[in-house]
Design a binder for this molecule. Structure first.
Ligand SMILES: Cc1cc2nc3c(=O)[nH]c(=O)nc-3n(C[C@H](O)[C@H](O)[C@H](O)COP(=O)(O)O)c2cc1C
Length: 404
């Protein structure tokens, strides 16, 4: 097992979960659980990994020092993908002080039997002097759990922000310049779209707070994925842009169908959007017969789209289950919390009663999307006139976003 040096006395000692393909509703090509050793006169371990990765992390630590030499453990976030190794580490290193926030202390006790654990609560601005290396703590509540905090290593200007700026990717690359900036940004964007969107106002506030501290950030070492060594400024800017909802003139159409009528509408709308020269993604939700686009990839497309059109036929007075699942996921992510608001509308086919389009538009509003155009629905197969009206809807949406 090898560690990877970030700076003299600072090592990555994390674990690679090569085969993880799904995590809280999000598809991923594996991930890493990043833990770091910081060695001054004393040695600190920052974060950990999921239960089951103890041997891997300990093996990497051993390539730097005897685990018995660890003087303290920093828990930036209690979620089990970072704290799962903690019980075993405490068992092996009894009495080792654990530094975390007040809420983390309470949360750890809800996950593990913390009897006898030496937990020391820290607050923003508190420091831990390791002798030649100084850790400063910054509470970051709800980025992304109540217990979250960032740790800053002043001497090397390295920020350990746990999940913030992370990405789910399993690779031999440990650094942004090794993976390539385009791939690193693409993974970071998907992570932001699936986890961070509802926290956008908090991200902007925290970035402002960090900016006012005037600290130098040369490297950002998150708890998942690659370490931002050459492109720290770019990922900071990307987080600012994504939180502000900086978007392209781009429309995302998401739909599912039983017999193809809603597909006909989606395609006619798409033609209208393209006729206006606006960028477009058309995403079929998985319905078992076709390999559709997964909701976690769809929300990544929505992040930088200005408009979202959602289509479904009516099924028992409802939307199709695939569409319902997508809308539920979208409501949770709350794209309305991004500074720039998105526009949207519903469309679909029905057998006379309808209902799906109204449900879609209700859900879009609840997600914070401004609903325009009052919904577009047809009875059974759309005729030529209805397809022309669908095409015109596409044109109108494209014109509207260009005008904004
Ligand atoms: C099981 C089932 C339930 C349906 N329930 C409704 C309904 O509650 N209200 C309605 O207006 N149409 C209902 N329909 C009719 C469909 O909405 C209609 O066939 C529509 O054109 C299908 O669109 P698609 O071709 O995009 O799948 C139902 C159809 C099926 C197969």
């Amino acid at each position: 097992m090898k560690s990877v040096e970030l700076a003299p006395g600072v090592h990555w000692v994390g674990a690679i979960d090569w085969n993880l393909r799904e995590y809280h509703g999000y598809t991923l090509p594996g991930t890493t659980y990043n833990a770091y050793l910081v060695r001054g006169e004393k040695t600190a371990l920052i974060d950990g990994a999921y239960h089951g990765f103890e041997k891997e992390v300990l093996g990497r630590i051993r390539s730097v020092c005897d685990p018995a030499e660890i003087d303290c453990i920093v828990v930036n976030h209690i979620e089990m993908d970072h704290s799962g190794t903690l019980p075993e580490f405490v068992r092996r290193m009894p009495g080792t002080p654990i530094y975390c926030t007040e809420r983390a202390k309470a949360g750890l006790a809800r996950h593990y039997d913390t009897t006898g654990w030496e937990i020391r609560v820290v607050r923003s601005g508190d420091t831990l002097d390791l002798g030649g290396k100084t850790l400063t703590f910054l509470e970051a509540p709800m980025l992304h759990w109540p217990d979250s905090m960032f740790t800053y290593l002043g001497e090397d200007a390295i920020l350990f922000p746990n999940d913030a700026f992370g990405q789910h990717v399993a690779s031999a690359a440990r650094f942004d310049d090794e993976l390539g900036i385009d791939a690193a940004m693409a993974h970071a964007k998907k992570f932001f779209a699936n986890l961070i969107i509802p926290l956008a106002p908090k991200v902007l506030k925290k970035l402002d707070e960090v900016g006012k501290l005037g600290i130098d950030i040369r490297m950002i070492a998150p708890s998942h994925g690659i370490i931002w060594r050459s492109h720290a400024a770019e990922i900071l800017k990307a987080y600012t842009d994504w939180s502000h909802g900086v978007s392209k003139d781009k429309v995302t159409i998401v739909y599912d169908t039983m017999h193809g009528s809603t597909t006909m509408l989606a395609k006619a709308i798409a033609e209208g959007v393209m006729a206006e020269g606006v960028d477009l993604r058309v995403c079929l939700l998985r319905d078992g017969r076709y390999e559709g686009t997964h909701r976690s990839d769809i929300v990544t497309e929505i992040l930088d789209s200005k408009a979202l059109l959602v289509g479904s036929p009516t099924l028992q007075d409802e939307v199709l289950p695939t569409v319902a699942g997508f809308l539920s996921y979208l409501r949770g992510l709350q794209p309305g919390r991004l500074t720039a608001k998105k526009i949207g509308c519903g469309f679909g086919s029905h057998g006379g009663m309808g209902g799906a389009v109204a449900r879609i538009e209700e859900a879009l509003k609840e997600a914070g999307i401004e609903v325009i155009d009052g919904g577009f629905h047809v009875n059974y197969r759309p005729d030529e006139d209805e397809l022309t009206r669908a095409y015109e809807l596409g044109r109108r949406v494209a014109q509207e976003i260009r005008a904004r």
